[in-house]
Design a protein around this ligand. Structure first.
Ligand SMILES: C[S@@+](CC[C@H](N)C(=O)[O-])C[C@H]1O[C@@H](n2cnc3c(N)ncnc32)[C@H](O)[C@@H]1O
Length: 299
C-alpha cells in the first residue's frame, strides 16, 4: 500500500478521517465531477460509503469512532482513486441520482445529468406531467433517468433503450433493485430500431463528446465506456440521428428533451430549430427541449 495513505491510521473518529481524506485528495492531481464536485464532497461520499449511510453525516455522527478494518478500506479506496484515477462510484459501486442509490460499474456512465433536477421537479414548469402517458429514454446506461422518472411519476409507462448489452445488464439490475420491473421496459436497441409505438416524451442524454475533446479528457473519464461519450467530430453523430428519426415515435403534442452538453453550440448552429434551452437552479446546462411539430417540419 502507498505510504502516502498511512497518515490516516491516526484517525480515531469519522471527523478526523474526513479531514485527512480531504487533505490527501486535495493535494493530488485529480479530476472531480463524477458525482462529487470537490475533495470535500468526495471525502464525505467515502465516509458515507464506509458507514453505510445514505445521507451526509451530521456533527454528532462524525464523532463515531473508526476501527482498523474501516481505515484499511479507506486506504484501498484512496489507492484506486489516486493511483488508478478511478472515479469514486466505480470503486464503491454506488451512485446517487434523484435521491436514489444506483449500482454502477465500468460498463455504464456514472449518473450526473442535470436532467435529475427536471425529474425532481416533475418537469415543471416546462411540461405538464399529467399529460404524459408514455416516455421513451434513449441510451439509458445505468437506467438512472428512466427509473427515476418512473419513481417520480407513478402513472407513467417508461421504455428505455441502450445499444450496449452490458449497460442493459446494469439497468436491469437497478430496475429489479428498485422494484420497477412492471413499470419500466428495458430494451436492447440501436436508438429506435427495436422500439414500438408513440411517446409523449422522448428524453435522452446521448453520447455528445467531440473527438478533439475525447482525446484530451482527464484520466478519470478513461474508465467510462467510450460508447457512452464519443460522438464524432462535432459531437452530433447521435443527436443528428435522434432528431431525424424521432418524429414517427412522437405523439402529436410530443416533446423531445435532449442533453447536448459540450456539443450544445454545435447543435444550435447545425440545426435550424427553435430549441428551448432549460435553466437549472442547481447547476448544469446544455439540455434543450423541442416540440414534435418543429421536428416534423424539417422532414
Ligand atoms: C451519456 S450515456 C447516458 C447514460 C444515462 N442515460 C445517464 O444519463 O447516466 C449514453 C448512453 O447511450 C448509449 N448508446 C450509445 N450509442 C447508442 C445507440 N446507438 N443506441 C442506443 N444507445 C446508445 C451508451 O451505451 C450509453 O449508455
Amino acid at each position: 500500500m502507498d505510504t502516502r495513505f498511512e497518515l490516516i491510521n491516526r484517525c480515531s473518529t469519522y471527523e478526523e478521517l474526513l479531514h485527512d481524506l480531504e487533505s490527501i485528495l486535495s493535494n493530488e492531481d485529480l479530476f472531480f465531477g463524477h458525482g462529487t464536485g470537490n475533495a470535500m464532497d468526495e471525502s464525505m461520499a467515502i465516509i458515507m460509503f464506509l458507514s453505510e449511510s445514505a445521507d451526509t453525516l451530521q456533527e454528532g455522527e462524525l464523532k463515531t469512532a473508526t476501527h482498523e478494518d474501516l481505515l484499511e478500506k479507506a486506504k484501498e479506496i484512496l489507492y484506486q482513486r489516486i493511483v488508478e484515477s478511478k472515479p469514486l462510484p466505480y470503486i464503491t459501486h454506488e451512485a446517487y441520482f434523484c435521491g436514489k442509490k444506483f449500482y454502477v460499474d465500468e460498463r455504464v456512465l456514472i449518473p450526473r445529468s442535470p436532467i435529475a433536477e427536471l425529474i425532481n421537479n416533475r418537469f415543471e414548469p416546462w411540461l405538464n406531467s399529467n399529460s404524459l402517458k408514455r416516455i421513451l429514454e434513449i441510451g439509458t446506461g445505468s437506467g438512472c433517468i428512466a427509473l427515476s422518472i418512473a419513481e417520480a411519476l407513478s402513472h407513467i409507462e417508461v421504455v428505455a433503450t441502450d445499444v450496449s448489452s452490458d449497460a442493459i445488464d446494469v439497468a436491469l439490475r437497478n430496475t429489479k433493485a428498485l422494484g420497477l420491473g412492471n413499470r419500466v421496459e428495458i430494451i436492447e436497441s440501436d436508438l429506435f430500431e427495436n422500439v414500438n409505438g408513440v411517446f409523449d416524451l422522448i428524453i435522452t442524454n446521448p453520447p455528445y463528446v467531440p473527438s478533439k475533446i475525447m482525446s484530451d479528457l482527464p484520466n478519470e473519464y478513461l474508465h467510462e465506456p467510450s460508447l457512452a461519450l464519443a460522438a464524432g467530430d462535432n459531437g452530433l453523430d447521435f443527436i443528428y440521428r435522434i432528431l431525424h428519426d424521432a418524429p414517427p415515435f412522437l405523439s402529436d403534442n410530443g416533446i423531445v428533451i435532449i442533453e447536448a452538453g459540450v456539443a450544445s453550440e454545435n447543435m444550435e448552429k447545425e440545426f435550424n430549430m427553435p430549441f428551448v434551452w432549460i435553466d437549472f437552479e442547481k447547476g448544469g446546462e446544455g439540455v434543450a427541449l423541442i416540440e414534435a411539430s418543429h421536428l416534423k417540419k424539417t422532414d
